[in-house]
Design a protein around this ligand. Structure first.
Ligand code: ZN
Length: 236
């Protein structure tokens, strides 16, 4: 029979285990649900990735900054945003950037949805990217980095790979350009996948990524100073 101490002890263990499982599933680089790439093998390059776009007012100046230093990047685009800005996505492909899948709706409640839901979200976005670029995307990033089994099954069916990140800046939280620059560059190492945001998902449709736009030239200059290349993840 359990006495009070045992109950508390078991409760605490159960609670810790539950928290551990949740963290194991939700942490963006957690391999619990599926393998995820947060780095790649390199001693002289890093990979810039931009999520939630395209949103022309931010994506276009970001493309100009990248072009000015010859950097190639990977854009994890939201299907709805691609659909609204097809010609911009075509330009991004022509410029040598990699277009990857970040779901159709970027629904924050998606982690409780069925495999059928995830298959639809991923397939519709991939079909549109293929229609524009002539190539079906191979890379997927989960909204907020939250991976869940039904989603992973859909990712597997479409023979896509999960991509996480190792350097990030909380650049969707209203922070400023100086903080974004400092957070990205302070511990950056070759082979790192960098997460920034060029676009707005539905839940943030009235927000701004202007601080990311402002920080980017300094980030690019810092990486150039180190002598590293900025490559897309097309060959990951
Ligand atoms: Zn996102």
């Amino acid at each position: 029979m359990l006495n009070w101490t045992d109950t508390v002890g078991l409760g605490a263990i159960g609670y810790a285990a539950a928290l551990g499982s949740v963290a194991g599933v939700l942490y963006h680089n957690s391999p619990v649900v599926a393998p995820v790439a947060s780095r790649f093998a390199s001693n002289d390059s890093v990979a810039l990735t931009f999520d939630d776009g395209p949103t022309p007012q931010f994506t276009i100046p970001i493309l100009k900054s990248l072009e000015s230093v010859g950097a190639k990047a990977t854009f994890f685009c939201i299907g709805e945003n691609i659909s609204a800005h097809r010609s911009l996505v075509k330009d991004m492909v022509s410029a040598g950037h990699c277009i990857a899948n970040h779901t159709w709706h970027h629904d924050h409640a998606g982690i409780v949805r069925s495999k059928r839901y995830w298959s639809w979200e991923l397939r519709r976005t991939s079909d549109l990217i293929a229609d524009i670029s002539g190539q079906s995307p191979r890379l997927f990033r989960a909204p907020m980095g939250f991976k869940i089994w039904n989603q992973a099954a859909a990712v597997r069916d479409l023979e896509m790979k999960y991509v996480g990140w190792r350097a990030w800046a909380w650049d969707t939280t209203g922070t400023n350009a100086a903080n974004i620059y400092r957070r990205i560059t302070k511990r950056l190492a070759p082979g790192d996948i960098i997460l920034l945001h060029d676009g707005l998902e539905y839940a943030r449709r009235h927000a701004s990524q202007i601080e990311t736009v402002t920080a980017l030239p300094n980030i690019l200059e810092d990486i150039q100073r180190r002598g590293w290349r900025m490559v897309s993840l097309a060959n990951l």
